[in-house]
Write a protein that binds this ligand. Sequence first.
Ligand code: LLP
Length: 415
Amino acid sequence: MDYFAYQNGELWAEQVPLSQIVSDYGSPTFVYSRAAIEDAYQRFDNAFSHHDHRICYAVKANSNLGVLSLLTSLGAGFDIVSGGELERVLKVGAPTDKIVFSGVGKQAWEIEKAILAGIGCFNIESEQELDLISNIATKLDTSAPISIRVNPDVNARTHPYISTGLRENKFGVSSLIAREMYEQASELTHIEIVGIDCHIGSQITDIAPFTEAMQRVVEIVDDLEAIGITLKHIDLGGGIGVQYQDETPIDIEEYAAAILQTLGHRQQSLWFEPGRYIVANAGILLSRVLTLKENEGKHFAVIDAAMNDLIRPALYQSWQKVSEVRLSDSEPRFYELVGPVCETGDFLARDRHLAIEVNALVAIHSVGAYGFVMSSNYNSRSRAAEIIVSGSDAQCVRKRESVEDQLRLESVFRL
Ligand code: LLP
């Protein structure tokens, strides 16, 4: 189902015309479809309905409180990577036992806060981290639930910046070290071993790397079982790719069937940390054309969104679909869509055939994941507003930042 579709020559989000949103809230603005988020979540959930499982949505993909509260209402758990993300999920009333804490550099204050909140699991990345968590749990006179992140050394065949499961990456520990760490952990009085986890990368469009990783993980599960360490869950991380352009996205039913087959007779609960799969295609970025210009035969459309609003094209050469918000009879041309930031790398899309004029609105698609969350104030540009559409209702879930907001924490230097 298409949550962003044309009706009478105008692009809508569910039952709201996008031009209306710009009239009400200005541009650039991120718009998320509630139905799209709910459908993606349900598809994932249903695919595993025959086995005990938990979906811990990766908050880093889109941490807006509106999105997090929506997911809480659907029964989601959360995968967090910082004290800030913990605060966000606590704020929306997430059940604390469904929170997992990932990340390669957890700090003492974050660990303490998470233990006191009663989170479900710490995904441990190193031996020092195991010691640190054990010491903090001892000091607090409680016990911390843990899992060890194994680096299964599989090639996820995705963009090198977002591939994490190869031996040379900074993430997790080798299978050998993991086995030793579990033995150490089983001796610690304030540590409770609950699971094992891995995460091999992001925007993966092939099922094979996932089953390879799962295979390596279950081998460790079996070895541990043989020495009397029983794990309650296996957390396979996130990474399921979506369609941006012409990729064939993973069919979630096939993914589930392959994972369950590798799990076999084992009884562990399956946990997942999807981010992109849940929100990427649920979001668009609305932007207005400021200027059309031609340089050396090349046509540029300068729009009011820039690399500070959406950095994926500049950082990963990502391709994001662009469409006109209102179909027009202007002459269509191939445009490079660029922002007002003073860098040649500031482009949102290249070589797009569009019929647009000055003041026209464009929609940049598939920006629900790693869109707003990666935005910045570069060039002292205020960050965009965020809206969730549900049927004919459009709710602002983050106001547009003002320049005053930007300056609030700074002061001039006293000479
Ligand atoms: N779990 C862990 C431990 C992770 O590091 C990540 C993402 C996820 C789960 C969620 O992965 P997903 O299901 O969303 O693929 N900024 C990049 C993506 C970075 C992903 C980092 N880790 C992008 O815009 O493509």
